[in-house]
Write a protein that binds this ligand. Structure first.
Ligand code: BEZ
Ligand code: FE
Length: 303
């Protein structure tokens, strides 16, 4: 393998992986090389540009720690996370669309009883959030675990505020009819972390860092695929330009705004409050028939 030229280098590298024992690894490496060489041939980077790219990726790794994962944020903002999610979650009719997890999930969130206020003093207009966990066929799933996390009315997650206090995150257990409910606050739209290389990339390319207002859910129960999703608030800014490309129409839901009065759980509210209602459908691990993308318009909120 000598005297490699511009026209023989790609085949030479592909051949170097030719005897990889693991067929999938061989496919991954050869496809990566094919596309990476194709990119380089197309854009013909200068050496300075290539070194700038290496430095960008180096800084992306250097800013990562147990709590900051800049590579995932890069994958999110390049649309790769959503593409991988879509490929891996081709859902049957009746199953809720999935989304990316995002960086603000905390393992084993604090447990609360149904109907509890999970705000823990975080700011915002009170919001009663309720719904049901169902099979794709519409049957209730009693005892489903419902993890929920969201930002406050100023766009901050608890773990961004420092001080170690958790708020606006909870684990609930659905009742016998698959119902769940909690009090939180109406979340705001917010910028993704932009003090690192990803923020630089967004700034340099004239992109904004915002996500529309949403509430995150992770819902699990034996016999069903764990559902990771968000409910987006209708009318929020950035629904049409989410910086991580993850808004699905089926997940956009209106918050009904109410004046002071009696809430659905009988609570007397002395100030205005909102209600967000959504029923989720879980995909069975036994396998419901997959549905091609165009038919997915049929899925979504049952509320
Ligand atoms: C989030 O919604 O929490 C999120 C998702 C992807 C990137 C950054 C934030
Ligand atoms: Fe979020």
């Amino acid at each position: 393998m000598r005297d490699i030229t511009e026209s023989t280098i790609t085949d030479a590298v592909l051949e170097s992986f030719g005897s990889t024992g693991d067929a999938r690894l061989k496919q991954l490496m050869q496809s990566l090389v094919t596309h990476l060489h194709g990119f380089v041939r197309e854009v013909e980077p200068t050496t300075a540009e290539w070194m700038a790219a290496i430095r960008f990726l180096t800084r992306t790794g250097q800013i990562c720690d147990d709590r900051r994962q800049e590579f995932i944020l890069l994958s999110d903002t390049l649309g790769v996370s959503v593409l991988v999610d879509l490929i891996n979650h081709r859902m049957p009719i009746g199953a809720t669309d999935t989304t990316v997890l995002g960086p603000f999930y905390v393992d084993n969130p604090p447990g609360y009883p149904l109907g509890a206020d999970i705000a823990e003093g975080m700011t915002g207009k009170p919001m009663y959030c309720d719904g049901r966990v169902l099979t794709a066929a519409g049957e209730p799933i009693p005892g489903a675990l419902v993890d929920v996390w969201q930002c406050d009315g100023d766009g901050h997650y608890d773990i961004q505020l420092g001080g170690g206090k958790l708020g606006l995150r909870a684990r609930l257990v659905a009742d016998e009819q698959g119902r769940f409910a909690f009090w939180s606050v109406v979340p705001s739209h917010y910028p993704i972390p932009e003090d690192g290389p990803v923020g630089e990339m967004l700034g340099a390319t004239g992109r904004h860092p915002y996500r529309p207002a949403h509430v995150h859910f992770m819902i699990s129960h034996p016999g069903h695929e764990t559902l990771v999703t968000h409910i987006f608030l209708d009318g929020s800014p950035y629904l049409e330009s989410d910086t991580v490309f993850d808004v699905k129409t089926s997940l956009v839901t209106r918050v009904a705004h109410h004046d002071a009065g009696t809430a659905p759980d009988g609570k007397r509210m002395d100030r205005p409050w909102g209600r967000l209602h959504y029923d989720f459908g879980l995909k069975s691990t036994a396998g419901d028939p997959p549905v091609a993308t165009p038919a997915r318009e049929l899925t979504g909120a049952r509320a």
